[in-house]
Ligand binder design. Structure first.
Ligand SMILES: *Cc1c(COP(=O)(O)O)cnc(C)c1O
Length: 443
């Protein structure tokens, strides 16, 4: 029980230390402690690739605010879309009502995504998009009167979100959710893909996965995987043949395939969708993070006609999910504007240029004594160190160096906005090189 202090009206003046003090004492941040929080930096504004702190530093954003900002902050076209929609209506319930921004977004997504994904379910965040995908898969088999197929097969080192069903398919050990294990769905885990992207394909890489399909297919509703890049579960980039084999195994054993493209979707890996590297289409795809160009929270789960029709003909007569803010018009309007910018097709050149620059600037760090591995694909650059970073120290150092890079564990990685230019990439890479030589930044 909390100790009840009398309610006070908050008169937050603009005093920065006061704001930060209140933040430290009362505001949870992602994966932080309330008793021993890491410092937060107060943001004043952001434009283009820059985040400006209230303390005056102007930082080049190497994180795209967790994969989401594609075209930069404070983009006139995105701002306009948001303002225009807010002057019509900011929200209406999606039960019984519909609107142009949601329908336009659905049209765009059906046209862009790998073929066959024709039905669109809009939701609020990536984790919810994953929950929706898993529910679709389980309801699909239930509608076919198959009550046995209700487990999910996945691979280790995955990350699919922080809600309960999503946690149950994250890596069981390094997936950050081990303590919840007793109450999670008991799902099945194959070893993580071993053959790196660009390496010679190892035929036996899928052997254990194939064995699990063979042994358990009668109880597996769906197989879920992050195509080509395993994000928050280790920033691992694997061979397209692995993904191709996953599709073949799902077909062979009558298991639905869910592609979680929440981090990889919309150009980040050099293809519009990472599934395209293996030339496959999943039965269900999850999109999030990048969907609104980093403006608002919005996610989508798309599925095939077969999945949607089977669910709809089943005992329940409908799909059993419906969030309050489903299809939020502001989020849909800004998503449409962001996709319009993307479809002008500058992203292909932008991402190719970023990849070339990151390869040139980061791959030489492989020989650094502190570095275990360096990986680059599309607009993603990963430097894996041999020992974990000291978060508070390295974060402070990066800010001093004029960049916003937020590592986790042994992973110092960047996925900058697509508009980042060569000089800015040089500054991001130089900052990484500098911290590698700073003992205080590592445990
Ligand atoms: C970030 C992420 C999620 C979760 O999305 P949230 O919006 O944080 O709920 C799920 N899957 C993948 C692959 C992600 O990168």
């Amino acid at each position: 029980m909390s100790t009840n202090s009398p309610k006070k009206t908050l008169h937050m003046n603009k005093n920065q230390t006061e704001i930060l003090e209140y933040d430290k004492n009362h505001v949870w941040h992602p994966y932080t402690s309330m008793t021993n929080p890491l410092p937060s930096y107060l943001v004043d504004s952001a434009a283009g690739v820059h985040i400006t702190l209230s303390s005056g530093e102007k930082l080049i954003d190497g994180m795209s605010s967790w994969w989401s900002v594609l075209h930069g902050y404070n983009h006139p076209e995105l701002n306009r879309a948001l303002i225009k929609q807010s002057e019509k209506f900011s929200h209406v319930m999606f039960g019984g009502l519909t609107h142009q921004p949601a329908v336009e977004l659905a049209q765009k997504l059906v046209a862009m995504t790998p073929c066959g994904l024709n039905k669109v379910f809009l939701s609020d965040s990536g984790s919810v998009a994953v929950e929706v995908a898993l529910k679709m898969a389980i309801q699909y088999w239930h509608s076919k009167n198959n009550t046995e197929k209700h487990k999910i097969l996945t691979v280790k080192n995955g990350y699919h979100g922080d809600t309960f069903a999503a946690m149950s398919v994250c890596d069981p050990v390094n997936g950050m959710h081990q303590l919840f294990e007793p109450v999670l769905m008991k799902n099945l885990f194959a070893p993580a893909p071993k053959t790196a992207f660009g390496a010679t394909w190892q035929q036996d890489d899928c052997a254990q996965l194939a064995a699990m399909f063979a042994k358990h297919h009668h109880e597996i509703a769906a197989f879920i995987i992050e195509p080509i890049v395993q994000g928050a579960g280790g920033m691992r980039i694997y061979h397209p043949n692995y993904l191709k084999t996953c599709r073949a195994l799902c077909d062979q054993y009558d298991v639905l395939m869910i592609a979680d493209e929440i981090a990889t979707g919309l150009g980040r890996t050099g293809k519009l969708f990472a599934c395209e590297w293996a030339d496959i289409s999943p039965d269900i795809i999850c999109l999030g993070k990048t969907l609104t160009g980093g403006y608002m929270t919005l996610a989508a789960t798309l599925c095939t006609d077969d999945v949607a029709n089977t669910i709809s003909r089943g005992e329940a007569n409908c799909f059993m999910h419906g969030p309050t803010f489903m299809g939020n018009p502001l989020a849909c309007a800004v998503a449409n504007a962001s996709l319009n910018i993307l479809m002008r097709n500058e992203w292909q050149q932008q991402v190719a240029d970023i990849e070339q620059a990151l390869k040139h600037m980061l791959l030489p760090l492989k020989s650094h004594t502190r570095v275990f591995d360096v990986r680059v694909l599309g607009a993603i650059g990963v430097v894996e160190s041999k020992t974990p970073v000291d978060m508070a120290a390295i974060q402070k150092r990066f800010v001093e160096l004029g960049v916003w890079i937020r590592p986790f564990g042994k992973l110092i990685y960047i996925m900058p906005p697509f508009i980042t230019d060569l000089e800015q990439l040089r500054q991001l890479s130089a900052a990484i090189k500098t911290v590698l030589s700073d003992d205080a930044c590592f445990q």
